[in-house]
Design a protein around this ligand. Sequence first.
Ligand code: SF4
Ligand code: SF4
Length: 440
Amino acid sequence: MTLGTKDDAAARPATPALPSVRPPTAPAGFHVLAKPTGPICNLDCEYCFFLSKEALYPGDRFRMGDDLLDTYIRQLLESHTTPEVTIAWQGGEPTLMGVDHFRRAIELVEQYRRPGQTVEHTIQTNGTLLTDEWCELLAEHHFLVGISIDGPPALHDRYRVDKKGRPTYDRVVRGLDLLKQHRVDWNVLCTVNAANQHAPLDVYRFFRDDLGARHIQFIPIVERDNDTGFQEGDTVTDRSVDPEAWGRFMIAVFDEWVTGDVGTVFVPHFDAALASWLGMPPSLCIFGETCGNAVALEHNGDLYSCDHFVEPEHLLGNITRTHMVELLASPQQRAFGDAKRDTLPAYCRGCEVRFACNGECPKNRFTLTPDGEPGLNYLCAGYKNFFTHIDGLMRIMADLLRRNRYADEVVTVLAQAGRNDPCPCGSGRKAKQCHTVRTA
Ligand code: SF4
Ligand code: SF4
């Protein structure tokens, strides 16, 4: 497929130009999750928060048109003053758009990219529709492909089913095998939910040892129990993760990781925590003091404050009428991001691990603090335990990095402790009963 001619371009509807004066509140770089098929998916995962978004656009075909794709890519590239830009596709299931949509996106990137501007392509998929043709494109353009999988078959298939309620594990792994055959970069995105929350090591070791994953992201399922699909109400479905179980899950994975996988397996929660212990901004928005630089683009050009807030109250505007950079810089979006800090309850402001947690994501802040103040994160108990547990070893890794050493030397620190000495993690337990380094 080739790009349109000049005449085609002239026939395109006019779309907003980059403002001649950049709004002072515009972020230099930001993240857009684009949903070319809106919420439409070939599967029917029971906990998916996005399937209910179909009700926002009744009667819609849910397909991003070529004109909008052109507008989107142009605005995204010209809005960034940073040299790196990420183009991130998500859904619903973005591969339902077909390969040609993505070929065209890549051509448009080449058309609009400024000299020196580098672009990373990412796509989050359930993997079930991948083919050789797909994988050739993904490999050629160095896509980073996120595969949604929740653990070994029995755990994955508990909620990740198709429209007929049938299991999907085999189809996901068939897609993953194709990615591997074509040497496409991939990572795992695993939700932690009521079905797998008590099996952290089964899940982690399965990804590491059976699938060979080197990047594993865990997402806690906190699904509000209401009919709107919006972030409303203060009860959760029984598919949601239990707060304490979430903490235990992350602690168990951390202890496994820190005794042998530092530097070879990457878990974003741990990277973000290490940044916080170093006094640097964390790489995950949920742990930042403020947010607001990660928006969601719907198939029709509607831009929302965040992927988790695709609801009318958080609609910023439409990029075919207002340039994306103005929507990012708008008072509405800046207020959305600042509210993460400004609505933090006193309980969080006085919390010892606030520097790492920052109240996590506002979407999960719907419980009361012990003294009755609203706005506490549903997952608080788990996060408090997790961040407290990792403190000692995070301090060691941060100290190593400050001395221009490597974080994975923490394994040597642990290995050198005498079996009956106190564990270097600071737990007060003997090393042999605490963090014992794995041997090959
Ligand atoms: S609302 Fe949550 S997920 Fe969205 S940008 Fe803010 S912290 Fe990130
Ligand atoms: S651990 Fe709990 S109290 Fe502490 S910052 Fe996080 S949500 Fe707030």
